[in-house]
Write a protein that binds this ligand. Structure first.
Ligand code: ZN
Length: 314
């Protein structure tokens, strides 16, 4: 029974990590969102001038980061993390152990999240407290994050990004610094290929509202829409055309409007599912419904004083 579980698990992981070439020198390593464990975000590899690669987001689980390093032929010269959530940042630790010279760029919010009493530091303490009473499967999931959080120096960036134009590994990039999802969310437009890495400003099966400021998110999406991109790589989910992105954005706005009108979460989940239908299989539909319900309770229809609590960040 146990061996069978592991085999199925391995097959799922393998399927989730098939790489995809989007343009010459532009490769997506898709993240996974399998039952029974936490997700990995999408990773985007951009071929550097003069050899090697720039990696945008390093995943959480070692298998994902290993896949990205393999696609890069073992030569990742630089890493840019879109934000501090561990599914986009955790892989920094393993990558740095393999490639000690690798240089990491991220927003100042990563340092703040890892600082004593920052979000990740509080999360680490919650895990330590909850671990002894957790069921075995849950404890295994928790240990993945605890191991990462035990190496804060390996997660932190070497360089903090605030500029709007940046050249990394010889690739001219347009970078936006938003606050909507995590307090410090970078989006990155690779000018040469017209590929926009949106981080968790765009996600499927639903927008991830765990630490979000919804009004700021609306504004950030308008700025994304104004960028001259040909394709958009979301933080989670498949690559989008411009038309796909505008469809997704319409769903996001409809979801927030529905919540604001005080309508029932199930009705609003149905509105979202209609917009997101092209991307949701049956399992995705079900997952979207339960996640919308959760976010309505914790944020979108929480007591008024709680709804914008992530809009007041330092
Ligand atoms: Zn994510």
């Amino acid at each position: 029974m146990h061996a069978l579980f592991l085999l199925v698990f391995a097959l799922l992981c393998g399927a989730a990590q098939a790489q995809q070439t989007l343009a010459p020198g532009v490769v997506l390593v898709p993240g996974g969102f399998e039952a029974g464990r936490q997700p990995d975000g999408n990773s985007l590899l951009l071929q550097a001038e003069g050899g090697g690669w720039l990696l945008i987001d390093s995943g959480r689980h070692r298998a994902h980061t290993e896949a990205a390093l393999a696609v890069a032929g073992g030569t990742v010269r630089a890493v840019l993390n879109t934000h501090w959530h561990l599914d986009h940042l955790g892989g920094n630790a393993w990558l740095r152990a393999q490639r000690p010279g690798v240089q990491v760029w991220a927003s100042a919010a990563v340092r703040q999240a890892l600082a004593p009493d920052g979000w990740l530091d509080r999360y680490r303490r919650q895990l330590v407290e909850a671990l002894p009473s957790a069921a075995p499967a849950q404890a295994a999931v928790m240990r993945v994050d605890l191991e990462l959080l035990g190496q804060p120096d390996a997660l932190r960036p070497d360089h903090e990004v605030s500029a709007s134009a940046l050249t990394l590994a010889g690739r001219p990039l347009q970078v936006g610094v938003e606050t909507a999802v995590s307090g410090g969310d970078l989006w990155v437009l690779d000018r040469a290929s017209g590929t926009l890495a949106a981080g968790d400003l765009v996600t499927l099966p639903v927008p991830f509202l765990d630490t979000a400021c919804p009004p700021a998110w609306r504004e950030a999406l308008a700025r994304l829409s104004a960028q001259p991109f040909q394709r958009l790589v979301p933080g989670h989910g498949p690559v989008m055309s411009r038309a796909d992105f505008e469809r997704w954005r319409g769903g996001f706005e409809a979801l927030l409007d529905c919540a604001g009108q005080g309508l029932h979460p199930a009705a609003c989940a149905a509105v979202w599912r209609t917009h997101a239908a092209p991307w949701l299989d049956e399992a995705g539909q079900a997952r979207a419904g339960s996640m919308v319900g959760y976010y309505f309770k914790t944020l979108l229809q929480a007591p008024p004083e709680q709804r914008e609590r992530f809009c007041r960040r330092p």
